[in-house]
Design a protein around this ligand. Structure first.
Ligand code: TRP
Length: 368
C-alpha cells in the first residue's frame, strides 16, 4: 500500500516524491553544471543523493571570486549515531577539502530536550557529547572546524534572541505546523536554529554559507533566509539530501527504528555481518535458478543502495557490481558480503578515530 509522503522537521514518513518536493518547497534541482564545478565531489553529490539546492551556484561563484565561503550543518543529538546520520557531515568534509573553508557544527541538545517527551537535560547533553566524538572522528581540519552545544556554548543565546525578535509567532506556526499541545520550546527553537545558520556571519561578517541537510530541514532554511536581510547578511544557501533507507527498506533510517534495522557507528563486525545478512532487503530472486536466469534488481536492493550512496566510491567498480547483479552472475549473498566488508573496514577506522577524538575535543569545541 502506498502512503502519501510526509516531510517536515518533526516527521518523515510514507512514499516520498522528491521531484514534487522541489516544486512544493520552491528549491532547484542540482544541475550537471553544479556537479561539474565540484571536482572531487563525494559520491553523495555525484550520484544524486543530494538532489536539490538553494543558491549553491551563488556560493560557488562567491568562491570563484575569492570571497569568503563557509559550511554549516547541525546535529540533533541521539543516543548513538548510525550510518544514515553521516550524510551531511561527509559532504561538509568533502566541501572543506575542496574549498579549504571553515565548517561549523552546532549540536542542538536543546532541540531534542524540547521535542522528545521524557528526555532529561542531562541525557540530551550526554547524547551530544557522544555524537561529537563521531563528528570529530570523520577527520575535519581542526584549525578550520568548530563544534558547539547549545546548552554549553551559551553565547549562542544572544544570537537566538536577535533572530527570535525577527520571527512572528504566526510565521513560525505556518512554517512548522506547531500544535496547541506542543510546549513553547518548540516555538522558540526555530530562532535557535536560525542563529546557528547565521552564526558564521554573526562571527565573521557577511558571506555565503552553505547548509547541507536532509530536505526535511528546509523549513528552517526558508525561515532563516527570510530574516537574513534584517541583519544585512547574505541569504544562506542549502544542499538538500534524500533520506537513506533503513536495512529493511523503510524510506528513512531513523534512530527510532529497531536496532536490527540500522547500522550504528559502534557496531562490531559480527553485528554488521548478522544485520546485513539477515535484515538487508534484497532485490535478488527467491531461488538460485531464477536469480541466475533473471538477475537481481539493484534499484530496490538496500545493500546495493548503500554501496552506491557511500561505501563504493569507485564508479567503475560500482558499475561492474551493478552489471553482474542484474545479469544474475552476482548473487544476493555475494553482494551482501561486498557491503559487509566495506562497512566493517570503514567502521574499524572510524572506531579508532573515535577513541582518538576523546583527546582532541579542545581543538574543536567552542566554549563560552
Ligand atoms: N535540527 C537538525 C536535526 O534535527 C539539527 C540542526 C541543528 C541543524 N542546528 C542545525 C541542521 C543547523 C542544519 C543547520 O537534524
Amino acid at each position: 500500500m502506498k502512503k502519501e509522503g510526509v516531510v517536515n522537521p518533526w516527521e518523515v514518513s510514507g512514499d516520498i516524491d522528491y521531484n514534487k518536493l522541489i516544486k512544493e518547497f520552491g528549491t532547484s534541482a542540482i544541475s550537471d553544471d553544479i556537479r561539474k564545478r565540484l571536482e572531487k565531489a563525494h559520491p553523495l553529490l555525484r550520484r544524486g543523493i543530494y538532489f536539490s539546492h538553494r543558491d549553491f551556484d551563488k556560493w560557488l561563484t562567491a568562491f570563484d571570486n575569492k570571497k569568503k565561503v563557509s559550511v554549516l550543518t547541525g546535529r540533533g543529538p541521539s543516543e548513538k549515531m548510525h550510518i544514515g546520520h553521516l550524510v551531511p557531515y561527509l559532504v561538509a568534509k568533502s566541501l572543506q577539502e575542496q574549498f579549504n573553508c571553515d565548517v561549523c557544527i552546532p549540536v542542538s541538545d536543546d532541540e531534542k530536550f524540547y521535542v522528545k517527551a521524557g528526555l532529561s537535560m542531562e541525557k540530551a547533553k550526554e547524547y551530544a557529547e557522544d555524537n561529537i566524538l563521531d563528528l570529530i572522528a570523520l577527520g575535519f581540519k581542526p584549525e578550520k572546524t568548530k563544534i558547539f552545544q547549545d546548552f554549553v556554548y551559551t553565547d549562542i543565546y544572544k544570537y537566538a534572541a536577535m533572530c527570535a525578535k525577527e520571527i512572528t509567532y504566526s510565521e513560525a506556526k505556518g512554517i512548522f505546523g506547531l500544535k496547541p499541545e506542543n510546549n513553547i520550546g518548540w516555538s522558540f527553537y526555530p530562532a535557535m536554529q536560525a542563529a546557528h545558520i547565521l552564526f558564521p556571519q554573526f562571527k565573521n561578517g557577511k558571506h555565503m554559507t552553505v547548509v547541507p541537510v536532509g530536505i526535511d530541514q528546509d523549513p528552517f532554511i526558508r525561515l532563516t533566509r527570510d530574516i537574513a536581510e534584517s541583519f544585512n547578511f547574505d541569504k544562506p544557501s542549502a544542499l538538500h539530501a534524500k533520506f537513506i533507507p533503513s536495512l529493511s527498506g523503510n524510506s528513512k533510517m531513523s534512530s527510532s527504528d529497531s536496532t536490527n534495522d540500522v547500522i550504528y557507528l559502534t557496531d562490531s563486525p559480527e553485528e554488521v555481518k548478522k544485520k546485513i545478512n539477515k535484515y538487508a532487503f534484497s532485490g535478488g530472486k527467491d531461488t538460485l535458478e531464477e536469480h541466475r536466469k533473471l538477475g537481481g534488481n539493484p534499484n530496490i536492493d538496500v545493500s546495493f543502495q548503500y554501496l552506491r550512496i557511500m561505501f563504493e566510491p569507485d564508479d567503475k567498480k560500482l558499475a561492474q557490481i551493478e552489471k553482474d547483479y542484474k545479469s544474475g552472475k552476482l548473487l544476493s549473498g555475494e553482494l551482501k558480503s561486498i557491503l559487509i566488508e566495506k562497512i566493517n573496514a570503514f567502521l574499524k577506522e572510524h572506531q579508532k578515530a573515535r577513541e582518538k577524538a576523546k583527546k582532541e575535543l579542545e581543538k574543536f569545541i567552542l566554549k563560552s
